[in-house]
Write a protein that binds this ligand. Sequence first.
Ligand code: UGA
Length: 430
Amino acid sequence: MKILIIGMGYVGTTTGAVFAHQGHKVTGLDIDQMKIALLNKGKLYFHEPGLQEMLSSQIKKNNLSFTCDPETAVKDHDIIFITVGTPSLENGKADLSYIRQAAEMIGRYKNKEKLVVVKSTVPIGTTDEMEKWIYEYSNNEASVHTAMNPEFLREGSALNDALHPSRIVLGSESSEALVKLKELYKNSTAPILTTSTKAAEIIKYASNGFLATKISFINEIARLCDTVGVSIKDVAEGMGLDERIGAPFLQAGLGYGGSCFPKDVKELLSTADSLGNPLSILREVEKINRTQPSYFVNKVKRTHPLLKDKKVTLFGLSFKPHTDDIRESVSFAVINQLVAEGAKVYVHDPAVTLSTDWIRKGVTQCWDPYVAVKEADLLLICTDWPQYADLNWVKVKERMNGSYLFDGRNMLDKEKIKQLGFYYEGIGNA
Ligand code: UGA
């Protein structure tokens, strides 16, 4: 099939590369000329394991190309996916301006019947609204079928998630749309669920909301474990063995960040409020997550009430390992508090380059973890990059001034680290 994808963020680019890999002819459209120029050269502008190779090979095979020209792109394609961003506004609601822009492009240039599929995470009712916007901008009678096909891929494992999805949700009131989409996904081994458009929209928010709830739940139990001196790792393992609960997303730590959970939880709360159905569980989920960095810094301050002029090294800036994405990364909430306390902050991350704003605030970036810990009084781990577990911890200890290690992701083996002479604290007595 010939597919147009509007919005070349990590969802759009990954989806495009995977559709091309599956034998479709894909065009990616974006208004950002820099992004398009890079992608056309086969260069990925963000870090996503395996995607670079697939991108280059599909471009070489002529299955994948990129453009900034909406007119030709819309006219040439009958199946259009929308994967633009829906970032949070100040009030927590999703900013739908990019969806509106995409609707305008489609409306303006549609020359015949089109199938428009929303893959972006959008609030309840947005897909129907988008259909109205397309007609508003349209100057001819050609009809549009719309569907909502939420995406469940994770940064850092996006390619694998897109190749092997847990489920494919197709929400639409149009039987023509569903027939075409089932044809598109006919070779997938994942279960296909067809629903109403609004159900598909809610499935995406409720899934992210539920996963965020698991994280805040285990973090709240971790606080209890700290109080009673029990390891949260044991508790999570014991809970996770019950298949009704499941082990994933029970990793206690500094809480969730990224471009999805924080924004989606806030948007769902805000929509539910405006519909007169406040969601009390999710309200607490958000609060626990918001306060988790302070909970961590307070642990640090119990051993070091005065952080002024102490050298604090922080490992990990990305919101999770295997990505250079720092959106809503809790590391920066921790850094902000350390800077406010007057600490001298040194950071290391394998993929992230610190912006000049942070350097101006006095934060120093080191590219070698052993250099970063030189003469440090304290070491804090904020992102669980696996390479930190493989460091030579004897060497780290020798280079540090102090021996205080606070593991905000519970990634190290407490007993082994303590044997090396470290003072070690995780979250939840881990
Ligand atoms: C999340 C969902 O997992 C995807 O299914 C969804 O498609 C995506 O959002 C989206 O809406 O686009 P992502 O934001 O890439 O994916 O990251 P996750 O792997 O879910 O991690 C989110 C945050 O939760 C990270 O900061 C991670 O460190 C934290 N986390 C995760 C925990 O603190 N504990 C856990 O047990 C798991």
